[in-house]
Design a protein around this ligand. Structure first.
Ligand code: COA
Length: 517
């Protein structure tokens, strides 16, 4: 059988690797000890910092620091871009967002995923947290007593933490000073919370017209704009739940956090675009990513199907072949493929005991003949009921049942190896355990081991976007308020007396970093 298959289906010479190679192979986990990290290259909004550095060289650091703390930041016109190529080796010329400073007012998941991405690309992300409490996720779903939860650590890598009570007058003054020294303010508070702190867009722009103010909200302007929203609410309101699950079951939410992390990703793109536009206009702007909009964007093929329904039943949905009538809205499609090439999840050897012994199998038209040979149905190649894609649509269930008889004789990895030789699109159902152990993902830095002073070693997902000249290092998340002093001193250039005064006011809470030392 195997011989016959190979002859008829002309296998490729080498099997496709299950995981694609990434560009940035040198992504590494970096153990980041508690230390006084030097601030990165100053942003244009932080022009006085550049000035103070020059002054520090010529007149002495202390004098320059005193000067900078009293002066309003001056805005330098953007410098002319260099036309000369970097002579540094790939990955040796800093990071894409070096020089961008983010005032990170985010919490829970959606906002933190956005600022974590920006931090991986080199932005200096200063996370502002409530004294004594911090981001609520620090204490949620805790696995190690008295240590920041994985929920928090896995969403807040590469950031610095400062604790500020934003409702305390001294705290407000510190925040306003930070606004002047940052390029982007990112927040995902409930609607109105930022404004209640006194940080309206107008006020922020008065303080720093170059500031980009980026927000995640549950909904955009409209009937629900004042609502608080969490992940699954967004999945339901954005169209994902109504189109996920089986036809005869209730709507389902997915494990992929498309509402939170998906919207964070959208917001990050908006911020980078706003930074790019600011190069031209010199002005910051508001950026809004609503979770409902983000989910709907990810569900756009389902809105496509909604409109196709007006022109007749959707042939690629298996309910078509089962003669189940379509209703008025895009139905739940089970494991049907969302595109024009029918697919389904099929059992593999061991499925009785292993809940993940399955493979996704796509009956892509160009490789149909190879599929027939592989599964031992060569007669289907010329059978008018099976030879052409349109003829197959009403028979998808029978086709997948037959293919499953073959996949059940192979493990998911054996099936992958065989099918990939013939370019038949398929994918094993990988468990989180298998992904955590997958060595190719470790090599590319997609799965990274990180060390943390209070919880020890843990695994995280590194930067999924690989760039050859902006290589990501994954540094552990900050302890609550770990960088409070450092930020007051190095970013705001407060002198010792001023730092002591703010601390004594109670606006910053207790210096928490010591707790972990
Ligand atoms: N100092 C003082 N007060 C602070 C503070 C600080 N450093 N940081 C936050 N706060 C205050 C806020 O000002 C707010 O107070 P107010 O309501 O009196 O004005 C309060 O903390 C709580 O903020 P809020 O955003 O309402 O938190 P919540 O826990 O009640 O709601 C969400 C959480 C996620 C539901 C809500 O923030 C939300 O809908 N966000 C937008 C959508 C979103 O991102 N959802 C996904 C989350 S993964």
């Amino acid at each position: 059988m195997a011989k016959q298959v190979r002859k008829a289906a002309r296998p490729r010479s080498t099997a496709k690797k299950p995981v694609a190679k990434a560009v940035g192979k040198r992504t590494v986990a970096k153990k980041a000890p508690i230390r006084k990290a030097k601030p990165k290259v100053a942003s244009r909004a932080a022009a006085p910092k550049i000035a103070s550095r020059a002054a520090a060289r010529s007149k002495g650091f202390a004098k320059a620091r005193a000067l900078a703390s009293t002066r309003k930041p001056k805005r330098k016109p953007p410098s002319k871009p260099s036309r000369e190529a970097s002579n540094k080796p790939w990955g040796g010329d800093g990071k894409a967002l070096d020089g961008v400073r983010i005032l990170d007012f985010t919490h829970v998941q959606s906002g933190p995923t956005c600022t974590q991405l920006l931090a991986w690309f080199g932005a200096d992300v200063i996370k502002v947290e409530r004294p004594g409490v911090g981001d609520i996720t620090r204490g949620q779903l805790r696995d190690v007593p008295n240590a920041d939860s994985l929920y928090f650590t896995m969403l807040n890598h590469n950031k610095r933490s400062i604790t500020i009570d934003s409702k305390h007058p001294e705290g407000k003054a510190v925040l306003e000073a930070l606004v002047k020294f940052c390029d982007v303010l990112v927040e995902n508070f409930a609607p109105g919370a930022l404004e209640r702190m006194g940080l309206t867009f107008e006020h922020i722009h008065e303080l720093n017209p170059r500031m980009i103010v980026a927000s995640v909200k549950g909904f955009g302007p409209g009937p629900y704009e004042d609502c608080k929203v969490y992940e699954n609410v967004a999945q339901c309101a954005g169209g994902a739940a109504s189109t996920t699950g089986f036809l005869d079951g209730p709507p389902l939410v997915t494990g992929a956090q498309i509402g939170d992390s998906g919207t964070g990703l959208h917001l990050a793109l908006g911020i980078v675009c706003a930074l790019y536009q600011r190069n031209r206009t010199g002005r910051g702007q508001r950026v809004l990513a609503a979770m409902q909009d983000g989910v709907l964007n990810l569900c756009r093929v389902k809105l496509r199907d909604q409109q196709r329904l007006a022109h007749g039943p959707l042939g690629e949905y298996s309910q078509f072949g089962q003669n189940i009538p379509f209703g008025e809205a895009t139905p739940r499609a089970g494991n049907d493929s969302g595109g024009g090439q029918p697919g389904w999840i099929l059992k593999c050897k061991g499925w009785e005991k292993d809940p993940n012994a399955y493979i996704y199998f796509i009956t892509q038209a160009p490789v149909w003949e190879a599929i027939c040979d592989v599964i031992g149905k060569p007669e289907w190649k010329s059978d008018p009921d099976y030879a052409k894609p349109a003829a197959r649509l009403p028979r998808l269930k029978r086709i997948f049942d037959t293919i499953e008889q073959w996949t059940m004789t192979k493990t998911k990895f054996e099936a992958m190896d065989i099918l990939n030789k013939y370019d038949i699109p398929c994918g094993p159902i990988l468990s989180m355990k298998e992904l955590a152990e997958e060595q190719s993902l470790r090599k590319t830095g997609t799965i990274v081991e990180v060390d943390h002073p209070t919880r020890g070693k843990y695994l995280t997902v590194g930067n999924p976007i690989k760039m050859s000249d902006s290589i990501s290092e994954v540094k552990r998340s900050p302890l609550l308020g770990e960088h409070t002093d450092e930020i007051l001193r190095d970013v705001l250039r407060f002198d010792r007396r001023r730092i002591a005064k703010v601390q004594a006011s109670g606006a910053l809470g207790e210096p928490m970093a010591l707790a972990a030392e």
